[in-house]
Design a protein around this ligand. Structure first.
Ligand code: ZN
Length: 163
């Protein structure tokens, strides 16, 4: 089988993510990361670079902010009272959550900082504005289960969640 990465396939990769200064930000190590190609599960530049890749391929891609987590614009993080979050919520910098805006529109927000009774929230991903380098090995490509296709993400031990 010469499976290739294409939209609608679950792709298994190992990767190392470094910033422009060469600092390692994230890596799979011995683990494998699974995602569904074509659904925006990974940043746009990485998804584009992986399209058409075969099992065993290695890629080394450097992505400008606009192809990764976006550019920074507008105001910086805003402080909100800690009590606006669930008491048992385990709030940590970098955590993403969905929130409804004043006109009911859904947006993804990120926690920038937690300090005392205040939480700083940001509309930007913590890695927005950064040029990022992904060194990737494609270790597998498979068909999604109907449930994965329905949810728009990969499941299993290395996927978004198990259920
Ligand atoms: Zn799911």
């Amino acid at each position: 089988m010469s499976e290739r990465v294409e939209d609608g396939k679950v792709v298994l990769i190992r990767y190392t993510l470094t910033n422009a200064a060469g600092k390692v930000l994230d890596q799979t190590g011995d683990g494998v990361f699974a995602y569904l190609q074509g659904k925006g599960n990974v940043v746009p530049g990485l998804e584009r670079a992986l399209a058409g890749a075969a099992i065993g391929d290695s890629l080394d891609v450097t992505l400008a902010p606009e192809d990764a987590y976006g550019v920074r614009s507008g105001p910086g993080p805003q402080a909100v009272p800690r009590k606006e979050f669930r008491r048992d919520a385990d709030l940590a910098p970098g955590m993403a959550f969905r929130a409804k805006g004043s006109e009911g529109q859904e947006a993804t927000l990120y926690i920038a900082k937690v300090q005392g009774s205040k939480v700083w929230i940001d509309t930007h991903h913590p890695l927005a504005g950064e040029t990022l380098r992904f060194q990737v090995n494609v270790v597998g490509v498979r068909e999604p289960t109907w449930e994965e296709a329905e949810h728009g993400h990969a499941h299993g031990p290395s996927g978004v969640h198990t259920h």
